[in-house]
Design a binder for this molecule. Structure first.
Ligand SMILES: [Fe+2]
Length: 330
């Protein structure tokens, strides 16, 4: 008997290429060159139409003319590269412009490669293939990240007491990061780190996670292994490396009495400092199996009282109190 083929249940995905040029002859020519390679081809004749197509049906690669009516190729490129949903779509600029400064401008707008008109067919296919390969790799990373984020979400969703915890911690963390003036990129890393901060609880026994009674030494050690476990899970993806300190150090204390590494004020970076405050605030104000949540005003009083006790960064706690007061009107 012949063994069934794996690819028979997972048909190969056809890459989508969007061709953007105001000259129909150029579009037809590119169609003719690319069609035999099995790509799904799409076209747009001006910048605005291109952005509309990209939003409706994101391509895997864009071949982009620069000089077009309505919206130039530069503007299209800039918009594609500044939107997190489309930033990894490779853009090849096709232009008759020979001037160096035009190339530099396109690079500044985020273009991945160039082809000069009249273009060489072999060169075109080679560049398209290699950038599509790169896009496939980005998509793989994206899928792997999605799996990890979904795992973290599923872990919380199982338990009525933890449902939505990481989402809320992420929300407070980003508010605090913005409040102290961190830039958008850092805010995004903090958001992702906060969403994943407890992902290591996947490896912690459920009977311990939900135990209302006091934990034994062994059980406490087991639950305290979650930051290191979480870090190991996310370490498998290079793309998540900026969030590893948040996951590993969200239970460290500035006096060095936290876990897992017992690092102190000098070594704890800003990400885990922020997330540990947001984590504590959400833990205090939410119901748990063993106690009811307290009102936000009471949580802020605890922060105020404990501000300098060595658990958190006192300066950041001060900022957090100010922030929550202004957000809630307490
Ligand atoms: Fe935790």
């Amino acid at each position: 008997m012949t063994a069934p083929k794996l690819h028979s249940v997972a048909p190969e995905k056809k890459s989508r290429v969007l061709i953007v040029d105001d000259n129909p002859t150029n579009v037809e020519l590119l169609f003719a060159h690319l069609k035999p390679h099995g790509y799904t081809l799409d076209k747009a004749f001006d910048g605005e139409a291109a952005l509309k197509r990209i939003e409706e049906n994101p391509p895997d690669l864009i071949l982009l003319d620069l000089m077009m009516p309505k919206l130039s190729g530069y503007e299209v490129c800039q918009q594609v590269k500044s939107d997190p949903k489309t930033q990894f779509i490779p853009v090849i600029v096709i232009t008759a412009l020979k001037e160096l400064h035009d190339k530099i401008k396109a690079i500044e707008m985020g273009a991945d490669d160039f082809l000069m008109k009249p273009f060489n067919k072999v060169e075109l296919i080679t560049r398209v293939k290699s950038l599509l390969k790169l896009k496939e790799l980005y998509d793989d990373v994206d899928r792997s990240e999605t799996i990890i984020f979904t795992l973290a979400e599923m872990l919380e969703a199982k338990d009525v007491y933890t449902r939505g915890h990481s989402e809320r911690v992420a929300k407070y963390s980003v508010l605090l990061a913005r409040h102290i003036g961190l830039d958008e990129q850092d805010q995004e890393w903090i958001r992702r780190g906060a969403l994943l901060h407890d992902v290591g609880k996947i490896g912690v026994r459920e009977s311990i996670l939900n135990k209302p009674e006091k934990l034994s030494q062994e059980e406490l050690a087991h639950i305290r292994s979650h930051p290191a476990r979480g870090c190991e899970i996310c370490r498998t993806l290079n793309s998540l490396s900026p969030v590893l300190p948040i996951i590993r150090h969200h239970h460290e204390r500035v006096d060095g009495l936290g876990y897992p590494d017992g690092i102190g004020d000098k070594e704890i970076t800003i990400g885990p400092r922020i997330v540990s405050i947001a984590d504590a605030y959400d833990a205090m104000t939410s119901n748990r199996p063993y106690r009811k949540g307290i009102p936000p005003a009471d949580a802020l009083k605890i922060f105020q009282k404990e501000k300098a006790n060595g658990q958190w960064d006192p300066e950041l706690v001060g900022q957090f109190i100010e922030l929550i007061k202004s957000e809630t009107g307490i």
